[in-house]
Write a protein that binds this ligand. Sequence first.
Ligand code: ATP
Ligand code: MG
Length: 270
Amino acid sequence: MGKIIAIAIPKGGVGKTTTAVNLAASFAVYEKRTLLVDGDPFGACSMSLGFTQERQTSGLYEVFNFMHSMSQAIQRTEIPFLDFVPCNVRSTQMEERLLRLAENRTMMKNVLRQVVPHYDYIIVDTPPFLRGITTNAMTCADSVLVPVKSGHFSLEGIEKLFKYFEWIHEAANPTLQVEGILQTMYEPHLKVTEITDRELQLRFRKYLLKTSIPKNTHLTESSFYGKPSVLFNATSRGTLAYLELARELIERHLALTEPQILPLAHQQSA
Ligand code: ATP
Ligand code: MG
């Protein structure tokens, strides 16, 4: 059964989409069957994967409107183990309609149900606010991955997200977990980084992931050219950091699902 990871925080420009695209591509490089779902009407995942509007024949919009099934909306990508569902919103009217449909918070859960068994990982990118599609993503997800960029306002975003997380946990998804807090655009030796590091250690230590993503211009360039970073520059620091993040998460998930080895005494008496 695929693990659904929502990438969310109510703060713009912190690396949600960059993380969604490059983490999904990295899982695929490790030959994990991965589906990336663009839950942001802005459509930045499509641009980062080179899906121009002409190439998008279907997407979340059509699925939420019962025009297409989820399987019809799934597109193949240049990476063999990576599939993609664009948001496919092309006007403000369409965006308003999608957000209205997303007021039903179980919409995404219902439409993903039929495809979850075909994947190891489903990554959902979300917009920088909590209502609508983000609520949908958190309602169907197994976990939430929280990207933060150094600076005070990102930390406020975490507080807001965690309060919302508690509400979702109680009202809609009691098995939802925090996958971890991921530091993005990390620049050591800056004063603001030092302050953010200290605050994160103090307030959110148990959620901090080991991997952090350095500030790296190749990540911006690759999305500009419509490629996941691993296809643009396979050895850049940004690419390697996202591969490392995927490895950290895969290892953790394997450790949680591996059968426990019984102690020898127990085996003998069985
Ligand atoms: P929004 O909330 O507006 O959707 P977002 O949280 O999805 O934003 P991104 O679009 O991923 O953020 O990133 C914002 C900008 O920062 C983009 O131009 C992106 O290319 C750049 N960026 C993201 N991560 C890095 C990084 N590690 N190093 C350098 N630039 C980065
Ligand atoms: Mg985004």
